[in-house]
Structures are given as C-alpha cells and as structure tokens.
Design a protein around this ligand. Sequence first.
Ligand code: AVJ
Length: 321
Amino acid sequence: PDAAPVALDTAAPETAALAFLDDVRAGLSRPQKALSPKYFYDAAGSDLFEAITRLPEYYPTRTEIGILDRSGPEIAALLPAHAALVEFGSGSTVKLRRLLEHLDTLAAYVPVDVSGTFLKSQAEALKADLPQLRVEPVVADFTRDFDLPQSLDGLPRAGFFPGSTIGNFEPAEAEGLLRRFGRILGEGAHMIVGVDLVKDTATLERAYDDAAGVTAAFNLNLLTRINRELAGRFDLDAFTHRAVFDPSASRIEMHLVSRNAQDVRVGSDTFAFAEGETIHTESSYKYTVATFQALAERAGWTWLKVWTDPQGLFSVHALRL
Ligand code: AVJ
C-alpha cells in the first residue's frame, strides 16, 4: 500500500535509457561499485516494493499508517485551515487518504511526482472518490526546484513527505532537500515528515532481509532490469542479497554480493568482480527523534512536534517555517 518511488518518465524514453546506461557505467566503475536505488522501481520493482510493505518483518509502512490513524486529529489540528497540502513524491495515495480523513478544511491537494501517467491516474481516482476536493497534480522531480501552480497563491501551505523516503538521501542531501521544500512552500509553511527510527540491529536487518526473500528479489531485480534494458549479462544465480546495519553511520546498506570471481558484460563494457565483491544498491538512514529534529533545524525549519507508535519504531514530525 506504500508509495513506490518512480523513476523519471517525463524525458523521452531514449534519454532515460541513456541516463540509466551512464549511471550504470559510472557506478560499476567505482572502487566500491554502486547503483542508485531510484532504479529499483520499474513495473516489477514497484510490485515487489508493494509486496515488501505487506511483509511481517517490514514494520515501517503499517506503523506509519497506525500513527496517522491514531494521531490524525492532532496532526490536523496543527495545520492551518484551508491549506494547500503538497505531497512530495506522491506515488499511491494510501497515506494521504488516511490523513485526509482528519482534514475537513483542506483547500487543495497537490501531489508532486516525476511519473506523469501514474500521477494523473491517482489524481483521477481521488477526484472520483472525493468530488469536493480540489486536486492539482504537478509533474516534477522534487529533488530540483519547481514552482507551485499560481492558482494556489494566497493559500497557506503544508508539505507532506511520508514513508521515510528521506532516509534514502545522505544526511547532507536530506538537509538540502528539506531546505528546498521550504523554498518551494514558502515562509509560514508547515511540513509533516515520516521518519524511520534507529532500533536494534536484528529488527532492522530482518526488515531488509525477510524470510520469504521478497527484499532479495527486489534487490536482484536491478540486475534483471540492466540485463533487459541495457543488454546486460548478469547471471542472477551468481549474486546474493545482503542487508547490514552500520550503527556508526546509522544506516541500513543493501548490497548485491558476487558469489565468485566473474566478468560481466553490460552492452559493450565488461566489469570484473572479485569473489565477495559487492554492489552497494541502497542506503536507508535511520534517525532518532533528536537527530531528525537537529537536521530539520539545520535546514531552516522550526521543529514543532513528533508522534510515534507505542514501540517507538517510527516517527511522524511536524515542522514550521
Ligand atoms: C522506500 C526508501 C523508504 O528504505 O525502507 C524497502 C525502500 N528498500 N526495502 C526503505 C526499501 C528495501 C524503502 N524506502
């Protein structure tokens, strides 16, 4: 039920394929081979992520929904009446719908996503269910500056960034992103951000290495995608999934581990792997309430309030500019 981040589809397909090829070439040429997690989300990858959010081990999605349900009235009370709610990287509208139940004076909902087709279909479905709600989708990459529609001028603004998507960014990038959201929303804006919390290593590693192997399939799908889209020759049986928590960096790292020494062709390039060598495919940063509060304040926001679940697994923060 979660919003699967989607890769940019506004550019021409040939341009997107070239960017993917460039990124794969550069990433596999580094001393620590690496690929960007944004490439996880093709159609198969989005379905696998959806399946991850339903796994018993993957607590973030259901825990955040529980917080939005339980604390929705308090969250809504903190936001200005008749606001425009801007969701960054909206994807599916599952969480937004939970929040909407408590927001009876919302002036407009503004989903922002790079995937124009997905955005339009989600917006249409929402309009059909809630005919009285003004929905103004914006096709944009939220990691770049963009302007909100002029029709929103004069409305108070609130940003919504759930799902701990912020965890996929390096802390310095995450700070820049929150600062950018402030620029886009403007002075006086509010922001609601979902952030996964640091916890014991076993719980974290299980959430990213589930017993059914869904996260492993999600990780390996990146190689399937390279094989299909970039004429890659990865042998999927020659790589395994690994998820490790690094407490000093406070992040889960996902890797694909080469089982043996091998050369792998991708188009006209060949990449050499030593036995046990890895491709770093994702970092998922975990915060404490205090470390996220400090990050938000470095980004220029005033931290207002946090809501968590009874076990302290996940957090939802309110900020104001
Ligand atoms: C979508 C980035 C929030 O980091 O938990 C889930 C992605 N990767 N399992 C996360 C993910 C492996 C997810 N985010």
